[in-house]
Design a protein around this ligand. Structure first.
Ligand SMILES: *Cc1c(COP(=O)(O)O)cnc(C)c1O
Length: 340
């Protein structure tokens, strides 16, 4: 199967698996796992923060960050199609008592003016703003890359009101490779930021959340409470270190392949509203006279190609390490057949 459903479908390479054999491990909860400590130091430096904590998933990074930043009842300003709104099972409400305050942005991004208008110091009636959260890249907008100036302006607006800032950087390294801007610079205005090792970076487990030393100490308490504290996670941290060493620059290949696919399918009659593609995510809608997304998905799967179905007439395709040009040719041949 050629799987374009998501970059989460990547499987650890042989070299990544081998990296586990020699890693030194110990009890992470006692700071005795040198491989995990190395990874956290690498991530803190990469993201320009004082410290980082290794967590089982990106979702836990978001949930712990929100919990640490806000008080129950506080508003979290973010873009409407954010992962924290649509894909974490209501976690911010459950774990943090968050009042989500989604803004309808453009391509998953809101402006400083929109954030300014949404901010509130709180009163007897209106929730206090507890956090402003952004997503780089913006997944549901088609992997859109926020311009650094816009990120800075949003962060400055929040900070001017005394509100902390958080960046969901599940695919931050895609933004780094696409824009040529260092991760630490992109995340500069954000008090907390995390990267996922299980998206384009190709590791099987793990994400790391970075922030100030004090913040990460608080995050460690929450990691313990949420059951995210591990024992010898060096075996998975070793794979994440391998990903940082070997799988960052190659994200450019995923972006090139995504552009190639866009070139092949952009002109098809029944492909409509194709979003601009900045990185590795392609989203488009299906014309009225096209098969709907479930039917198209079934037809493609019968021919060995998996596509993502975001809605009745909306498709998402994601390029990653485990799909190559041959796979993309098979995909485009099927799309031509059904949507041409
Ligand atoms: C995948 C994803 C997450 C969650 O990460 P997991 O490691 O799958 O829990 C959060 N935010 C965005 C934008 C994502 O794409």
């Amino acid at each position: 199967m050629h799987d374009f459903f998501s970059d989460t479908k990547t499987k650890p390479t042989e070299a990544m698996r081998r990296a586990v054999l020699d890693c030194v491990v110990g009890d992470e909860q006692k700071d005795e796992d040198p491989t995990t400590s190395d990874l956290c130091a690498r991530v803190a430096e990469l993201l320009g923060k004082e410290a980082a904590v290794f967590l089982p998933s990106g979702t836990m990074c978001n949930e712990i960050a929100i919990r640490a930043h806000i008080r129950p009842g506080d508003a979290v300003i973010c873009e409407r199609r954010s992962h924290i709104v649509g894909f974490e099972g209501g976690g911010p409400a459950v774990f943090s008592g968050a009042m989500m305050y989604p803004i309808d942005g453009v391509r998953g991004m809101m402006t400083a003016e929109e954030v300014e208008a949404a901010l509130s110091p709180g009163n007897r009636y209106t929730p206090r703003t507890g956090l402003v959260s952004v997503e780089q890249t913006a997944n549901m907008a088609g992997g859109a890359v926020w311009p650094v100036e816009q990120l800075d302006a949003v962060a400055e607006t929040a900070h001017a009101a005394g509100v902390p800032t958080h960046m969901d950087g599940a695919r931050l390294m895609n933004a780094v490779v696409a824009s040529g801007t260092p991760a630490a610079r992109i995340a500069q205005g954000y008090d907390t930021v995390w990267i996922d090792f299980t998206k384009g970076l190709g590791a099987p487990v793990g994400a790391a959340l970075a922030g100030s030393k004090d913040f990460i100490e608080h995050a460690w308490v929450l990691k313990q409470q949420f059951g995210g504290a591990m024992r010898q996670p060096g075996v998975i941290a070793a794979m994440c270190l391998h990903a940082l060493d070997h799988h960052v620059d190659r994200l450019a290949e995923d972006h090139v392949l995504a552009q190639w696919i866009v070139g092949e399918i952009g002109g098809l009659a029944k492909v409509v509203n194709l979003r601009p593609v900045d990185t590795n995510i392609i989203i488009f809608d299906l014309a009225e006279d096209a098969p709907d997304a479930p039917a198209l998905k079934a037809a493609c799967e019968a021919e060995g190609v998996v596509i993502g179905e975001l809605a009745e007439r909306r498709v998402r395709l994601v390029t990653h390490m485990d799909v190559n040009r041959n796979a993309a040719e098979a995909l485009c041949a099927l799309l031509r057949q059904h949507l041409g």
